[in-house]
Ligand binder design. Sequence first.
Ligand SMILES: CC(C)(COP(=O)(O)OP(=O)(O)OC[C@H]1O[C@@H](n2cnc3c(N)ncnc32)[C@H](O)[C@@H]1OP(=O)(O)O)[C@@H](O)C(=O)NCCC(=O)NCCS
Length: 174
Amino acid sequence: MNREYTANPVLETTRLFLRELSSEADRDFIARLLAHPEVMRYWPQPLTREEADAWIEKQLGRYERDGCGYWLVSLRETGEPVGQAGVMMIEIDDVIKPGLGYIIDFSAWGNGYATEAAAACVSYAFNTLGSDHIVAPIRPANAASARVAEKVGMIRDKTTMYAGLEHLIYSVKR
Ligand SMILES: CC(C)(COP(=O)(O)OP(=O)(O)OC[C@H]1O[C@@H](n2cnc3c(N)ncnc32)[C@H](O)[C@@H]1OP(=O)(O)O)[C@@H](O)C(=O)NCCC(=O)NCCS
């Protein structure tokens, strides 16, 4: 059991812990995750180490400001980190809304981890934050991500520009 990855989970599911990013080991894992060309296929490009550090700083700021953000996802059984998922306040067409995000390590795809983590995040938005809906901006070609959104009950709402790129906006109401 890798205790470093299992301390103080915000959310627990059958197989996963979700918790705030904190350690140097977390930074190394996130930097590797976000440098992977397949994982980052729908972003403009994979992130450099410097950009990954800035990404982590952004999450730390979100935890402080909003109480949530991208959390680290690790396996309960071994403590191994397998990705990140979370709830984050995002701006869609000039309105701030709770958004859902999930990014799973390439070697762990296809095990249902994104769906399991995403379902816990949707419940968190409704039951802990008291949100009445949650959205997920998804690039039009990202069929795997759209499938995860559908599996947690989201439906396609509209197409809009987000982070400077065309996105489909999926959403689910409480
Ligand atoms: C999207 C992503 C998070 C899915 O992670 P995962 O743990 O493999 O997801 P799950 O196993 O829970 O479910 C994946 C679903 O997508 C389906 N799927 C996978 N690839 C697909 C594809 N190319 N086209 C259509 N569906 C696809 C799977 O069959 C599965 O659906 P099913 O259970 O009905 O068979 C992962 O591919 C990833 O990290 N991608 C890169 C980052 C990213 O794009 N994140 C989302 C940003 S909006």
